[in-house]
Design a binder for this molecule. Sequence first.
Ligand code: IMP
Ligand code: MG
Length: 174
Amino acid sequence: MAEHIKVLLSEKEVDERIQEIGRQISEDYEGKKVHLVCVLKGGSFFMCELAKRITVPVSLDFMSVSSYGSETKSSGVVRIVKDLDEPLKGKDVIVVEDIVDSGRTLSYLLDMLKDRGPESLRLCTLLDKPERRVVDVHVDYTGFQIPDEFVVGYGLDYDQKYRNLPYIGVVEFD
Ligand code: IMP
Ligand code: MG
C-alpha cells in the first residue's frame, strides 16, 4: 500500500513555536540552570532545537524506555532500556517528550524520576493529544495540541520511518 504524508504543522510553525517555548523556559528559569532529560528516540529532535533556544545554562541527559505488554494490556509499567548517566538530585529537571498520548508511559516515568530527588521536575512536550488521555499527566509546556491522528516527523516515527521530517505530518494511505 502506498503512503504519503499530509502536512499538519509546517517547519516554520514548529520552529516558531519551539522558539516561544525556549523563551518561556528561559524566563521561568532565570538565574538557574536547567537539566533537560530526553526520552529517546522521539524526543531527540525537539530537545536539540529547544536547547538551542534556551538562554540559561543547559545540561542534557538521555533515557530510553519501552512499555511492558501489548497496547491493549498496557499497565503503564515501563522498562528502562537505557538509564540516565547523571543523578537528578538537586537539579531543576525538564523531561522533554515528542508526544503525550494516553499518558501511561509518562505518568510512570515522572513518578520514577521524582523519587530520584530533583529540586523540581517539569514536563515539556512538542505535541499533545488530549482526546486520547487515559492517565492524568500534568504538562507544563506544550508545543501544540493536536487531534487524534497518527503523526510523524520531528522525531516521531511510523515503523521507524519519517523521524527526520522537519515538519509534523499525518500518514495517509492511497
Ligand atoms: P503514551 O502517552 O504512554 O500512550 O505513549 C506515548 C508514546 O507513544 C510516544 O512517546 C510515542 O512514542 C508513541 N506515539 C503516540 N502517538 C503517536 C503518533 O501519533 N505518532 C507516533 N508515535 C506516537
Ligand atoms: Mg516518546
